[in-house]
Write a protein that binds this ligand. Structure first.
Ligand code: ADP
Length: 540
């Protein structure tokens, strides 16, 4: 017997319609690529999204067509999120920091028909265009005054001109909630980029999940500034979560340096933010240098890479900001776990509470997870046993876009994350490594992340990476690569002594190499594939 409730499909356009109707005067503030701040309300954002949908239709865009963006976090990008998905097309956000050959692969694999881009990326787009035959128009996200006098682009259109030619009345179509809404490629840390095609349903369910108190805990009283780019897994769902809750939204544009961020935090009264560890390290240093404090910032999410415990601690103790450690991937929309304490943990000593917060966190409703051994046998949730992390749920990938062998991705309905983790009885998950990064020494596994976290806790260390290098007896042994803080001199022997008593003796790296910098991926993660290549011939 079926239930008798209305069969209303979940649609992305409904989020913005809701905010425009019930939070009409709530602001969206955005730092323009051209300079200066742009300020308007959900009411106006909705009108402009409707104009844009009309403009897309006039350019011949229809259901299922891919429309790409190469853009910062700004109000025009926000309008594209809603106009493209809202009309039934697919909003394909591209990470401009990827290498040119990855970008070409992605644009051609997605078969984007239009590509919207910010002024910053004009030189990049001019280089890409000759190799993207199926892109019909390149749309510069600016007004006429900022159009280049001359360009090599075959068909350049102006965003503001497109909007100006259209009426602000548009009826958002109603369609099946499983309709594709947006497309994101994985950042290629371990492989060629792979397309993850989200649906309206998965996006809406993820938005509800992101709003929960043990997740982002955002309400209409919050002012939200996503530092995480809108080209990095849909800014972790924030552009969808804010209109659902009626939060004020602050978009930082291209200004991701600590001083520009701090200025916006203070000026706009930001209460909640989200970003990768590298961003928060930069901000922490800036705050310390000027002995600054935040006026309104209370809570932020750190994720995308393991957050060193020292960073969590510093934000809590020195800046009175709660950082919530979160884990996820492009394939999980991305939120999988967030680290918040249960009430029974509040009576624990401070160090034990901190140890829980350092973990990647507890699973949120909508995601189910387990760990398995090499034979696929489920491992206990004792916080000690570690194995391959598997997940499933309504906002977890079922297949990659254009998969060579469709139907092969999941095993018995579970998606293999490529991460290695422990889970405890309360559901706290802790990543011990990526399956490709774990160091296999004499048949036992050593967590490279644990060794890196300890290294960066040393006062002279700015950044650290640990990789496995070949060893005649143990097959692989850990090598510690260290970037020292400016003006700090610390020896290899001292760093190795620093591990004593903190890890099992056989986990201590065999050697230390000092480097000027470490390679990162487009999303700020350590690029260990490159490090392994660079140190392939290393002799211990
Ligand atoms: P890519 O897989 O190409 O790097 P993603 O942005 O999807 O692109 O990265 C997801 C991966 O990032 C996860 O599988 C995990 O290895 C890592 N990751 C994300 N958040 C965390 C975290 N809090 N701690 C440790 N690793 C993390």
């Amino acid at each position: 017997m079926l239930g008798l409730m209305m069969q209303t499909p979940l649609r992305i356009a409904a989020l913005l319609e809701h905010a425009a109707k019930w939070h009409a005067d709530t602001e969206i503030v955005s730092r323009n690529t051209e300079g200066g701040l742009h300020r308007y309300t959900y009411h106006h954002a909705h009108l402009r999204a409707q104009q844009l949908a009309n403009a897309l239709a006039a350019l011949g865009i229809g259901p299922g067509d891919r429309v790409a963006t190469l853009a910062w976090n700004n109000h025009r990008h926000f309008e594209l999120y809603y106009a493209v998905s809202g009309m039934g097309a697919v909003c394909h956000t591209i990470n401009p920091r990827l290498f040119a050959d990855q970008l070409l692969f992605i644009i051609n694999d997605a078969q984007d028909r239009l590509l919207f881009f910010d002024l910053t990326f004009l030189p990049l787009v001019e280089k890409l265009a000759p190799h993207c035959p199926q892109v019909e128009h390149w749309v510069l996200m600016t007004d006429r005054a900022h159009l280049p006098a001359a360009t090599a682009l075959p068909s350049l259109l102006c965003y503001e001109d497109l909007l100006a030619a259209q009426a602000a009345a548009y009826e958002w179509p109603v369609f099946d909630e499983y309709t594709a809404s947006s497309l994101c490629y994985t950042s290629g840390t371990t492989d060629q980029p792979k397309g993850v095609l989200y649906s309206h349903r998965s996006t809406l369910l993820h938005s509800y999940a992101a709003s929960l108190p043990d997740c982002f805990n955002c309400s209409s009283r919050d002012v939200v500034l996503p530092v995480v780019p809108m080209f990095h897994v849909n800014a972790w769902g924030i552009p969808y979560m804010v209109p659902l809750n009626g939060c004020k939204l602050v978009l930082p544009g291209p200004g991701l340096d600590a001083a520009s961020l701090y200025e916006l935090f203070e000026q706009e009264g930001v209460t909640f933010s989200a970003g990768v560890p590298t961003i928060w390290f930069g901000l922490l240093q800036y705050m310390r240098e000027g002995q600054r404090q935040f006026g309104t910032l209370r809570r932020m999410i750190v994720g995308g890479a393991a957050c060193p415990p020292a960073l969590l601690q510093a934000f809590a103790d020195e800046l009175h900001v709660e950082i919530r450690h979160a884990w996820g991937m492009t394939e999980t929309s991305p939120l999988g776990t967030v680290s918040t304490l249960k009430s029974k943990h509040l009576a624990l000593p401070a160090e034990e509470q901190q140890a829980l917060r350092n973990k990647q966190g507890r699973v949120i409703f909508g995601v189910d997870m387990k760990i398995v051994d090499d034979q696929g046998q489920e491992l206990p949730h004792d916080g000690v046993a570690f194995g391959d992390l598997l997940v499933r749920g309504p906002f977890i990938v079922g297949d990659y876009f254009h998969a060579a062998q469709p139907g092969q991705l999941t095993q018995n309905g579970w998606f293999r994350t490529g991460d290695v983790a422990t889970i405890d009885a309360d559901g706290f998950m802790q990543i011990t490594d990526r399956s490709k990064d774990v160091i296999k020494s004499g048949g036992e596994w050593i967590s490279s992340i644990a060794l890196e976290n300890l290294a960066v806790a040393h006062p002279a260390v700015a950044e650290a990476a640990v990789i496995g290098v070949p060893h005649p007896k143990w097959s692989e042994r850990p090598l510690l690569l260290v970037v020292r803080k400016p003006g700090q001199d610390v020896s290899a022997a001292e760093l190795l002594r620093f591990y004593e008593g903190k890890v099992a003796p056989w986990w201590v790296p065999n050697a230390v190499e000092f480097v000027d910098q470490l390679p990162h991926t487009a999303t700020g993660k350590l690029l260990k594939t490159q490090l392994r290549q660079d140190f392939a011939g290393y002799k211990l």
